[in-house]
Design a protein around this ligand. Structure first.
Ligand SMILES: [Zn+2]
Length: 451
């Protein structure tokens, strides 16, 4: 065992990334391996899973998805690795558990299909013995000779390969091949497990043909097959040979998949960022609207001083601009709102409002947003009543708001978006706006008339 292997290391794992709202960089330590020798750390890492979860911003408190995993060595004060988190590939807990289980059970799974695998693997070698031997290293060949009880002195890889071709009888090839390949098949593929395979390194050390066969046919559980597919793509991308065209195609597909992944991760982050922008604008809009209402109420219109009038005008145009921005970036998010109800025309529904005074509404137009009526006439009401369900911002929606003297919003039945549109028209046109829970027209008008 090398000195390096016994060195101590103290690894800590962090989730890191910029806040999607304020762009502040945050880190969250998610695992501390403690001080361990390298040899021990490998086993520990084998057994440890770092769940990817949202981290919260130290500056603004927003929860967001981290971008990278960072491994730091406390002993050497150095960054050991930084890994991008691929959200298109985030596997749910169930799949992740199945993969871990497959990894832990790898010796059992190998045992079950060992014979069948080695039969196919030797078949592959015997088909083109010379090429197969051409990928063996000297120490592998030594192991092969030793297994057959033959003593040899091998000077180099080249010399060793020549010796195999000259001295191994056709009947001994099978046993020789199995012995010579223990290091690669058992020492690497089996011991590491699919999650730890490094196909490019394997190809450099053990040769492209053997690596390809091993990666493609080594027995593994279903849950790890996606990983195998990824490795096959990696290997074939580098291939030059008879099947170059086909193999390049597979390589391209992996490339395309990679590009898709990058796009996906980027889009995901943009969506998060956009949500914050929208929330912020809605806040600003709310403040501006409240300020307008306040200023409008403070003084009757004719006695407002010119400063107030200017400020109101500025705020109104600010609201208009904010709303235009919001409309442009607002995604079509389904909101949890009830079906628009048919409004109740059965007179007022409370005993104390049995004889309401609606004279204040005489000759006015009241727009009720968030419901619809079964009749088109005014009934016994002294005012004109228009309704819109607020589902779509069609011309009728804006017409109802524009033509109204008084706007009533049924808060239980309209989206935030519709609410904002109504509030904005009310603020810009100086129209009173009321928020109601009930669907009885008599009750609604009574509330409006008393204010
Ligand atoms: Zn932040």
């Amino acid at each position: 065992m090398s000195k390096f292997f016994d060195d101590f290391v103290h690894l800590k794992v962090y989730l890191v990334g910029r806040c999607t709202k304020c762009k502040h960089y945050n880190e969250l330590m998610v695992h501390d391996y403690g001080r361990l020798p390298y040899s021990k750390l490998e086993d520990e890492m084998d057994r440890t899973n770092h769940p990817i979860r949202p981290i919260s911003c130290n500056k603004c408190g927003t929860e967001y998805k981290p971008q990278q995993l960072v491994y730091r060595d406390v002993v050497r004060d150095s960054e050991v690795a930084k890994v991008n988190i691929d959200y298109s590939n985030i596997i749910d807990d169930e799949k992740s558990a199945a993969m871990q289980e497959g990894h832990d059970d790898r010796f059992k799974i190998y045992q079950k299909r060992e014979q069948e695998f080695w039969a196919a693997y030797t078949e592959f070698a015997l088909e083109d013995w010379k090429s197969a031997v051409g990928e063996l290293m000297r120490q592998e060949i030594e192991a092969g000779f030793a297994a057959l009880g033959k003593k040899t002195t091998l000077k180099s890889d080249l010399h060793a390969r020549r010796e195999v071709l000259q001295k191994i009888a056709a009947s001994d090839r099978r046993s020789f091949w199995i012995a010579a390949n223990q290091e690669f098949i058992v020492g690497e593929l089996l011991d590491l497990g699919v999650m730890g395979w490094v196909p490019i390194e394997f190809a450099k050390r053990y040769g492209a043909a053997r690596t390809r066969f091993g990666v493609m046919y080594f027995p593994i559980v279903e849950a790890l097959e996606d990983l195998r597919t990824k490795y096959i793509g990696l290997l074939f991308k580098r291939e030059r040979g008879d099947n170059a065209f086909l193999l390049r195609r597979i390589g391209q597909l992996t490339d395309a998949a990679h590009k898709q992944t990058v796009k996906y991760n980027k889009a995901l982050r943009q969506t998060d960022e956009q949500k914050h922008v929208i929330a912020e604008m809605q806040d600003k809009l709310g403040v501006a609207n409240a300020r307008i209402t306040e200023l409008s109420r403070q003084q009757p219109a004719q006695s407002r001083d010119s400063d107030d009038i200017r400020r109101i005008r500025e705020l109104k145009s600010f609201v208009g601009e904010l709303l235009a921005e919001l409309r442009a970036i607002r995604p079509d998010e389904p909101e949890d709102i009830g079906e628009s109800p048919m409004l109740d025309e059965s007179g007022t529904d409370g005993a104390d409002t049995s004889n309401p005074d609606l004279s204040a509404l005489e000759g006015k137009t009241v727009a009720i947003i968030g419901g619809y009526r079964s009749r088109r006439d005014n009934g016994d009401y002294p005012c004109e009543i228009t309704t819109h369900d607020g589902r779509k911002h069609d011309p009728d929606f804006y017409a109802a708001l524009q033509q109204a003297d008084i706007i009533v919003v049924l808060t239980r039945f309209i989206s935030h978006a519709s609410m904002w549109e109504a509030r904005t028209v009310a603020a810009q046109e100086d129209k009173p706006i009321h928020y109601a829970q009930e669907i009885n027209i008599g009750s609604i008008l009574n509330i409006v008339a008393q204010k």
